[in-house]
Design a protein around this ligand. Sequence first.
Ligand SMILES: [Fe+2]
Length: 239
Amino acid sequence: MTKQFLETHKDNYDFIIANGENASGGFGLTKKHFKQIISAGVDVVTLGNHSWDQRETLELVEESSKLIRPINYPRTSPGLGFGNFMTRSGDYITVIQAQGRIFMEPLDCPFSAIDSVLESIPDAQAIVVDFHAEATSEKKVMGYHLKSRVSAVLGTHTHVQTADEMIMGSTAYITDVGMTGVQESSIGMRFAEVHKRFVNKIPARYKPADEAATLCAVEMRIEQGKAKTINRIQWRDEP
Ligand SMILES: [Fe+2]
């Protein structure tokens, strides 16, 4: 779905970021799928709480600077939590990922981890933060914390696109970008097994839903590091 979308839309964008932590059947990101996403035209891929579901990602994140894991992971974790890149028009852009702590595993403070990175980045540079978190309140507060200090705070992880996109000061914000996958599903997984687990309390192996997918994304216009617009996208490859 990402490939189809980018075949026709890639040239509209200066820089493309994708969250890939569920790209391999819902659990992590294999080398093969990472390569497919990059060859489709994505510039940087972020991870999240499923970063290490595929053991090969531990190597991959060291091999490629285009793959970023949450910055507030332990210092001994492989890979980096942010990267500096150049857009197609020759502007600098920094991509940072942090993971939330509410209803998620304990990690270092995402707020202070991002603050430390920002101290090392020049003004007027585009800075996009992927905040991978469960709780809406934590995500909204991250938007407030980084208001007019970064170009965008984009929530990921909950898979359902929220309709609260806004410009806060000079920062584009959305609580969740949403997933690229089958929307009529339990956040990408087939209903049958998940339903069994909820209703009967019997463990079942989840399987990815395989009906027609929808790509969810946001597009933004950023000038001199300041966000001017943010628009939600929901795209299906059919008439
Ligand atoms: Fe996640």
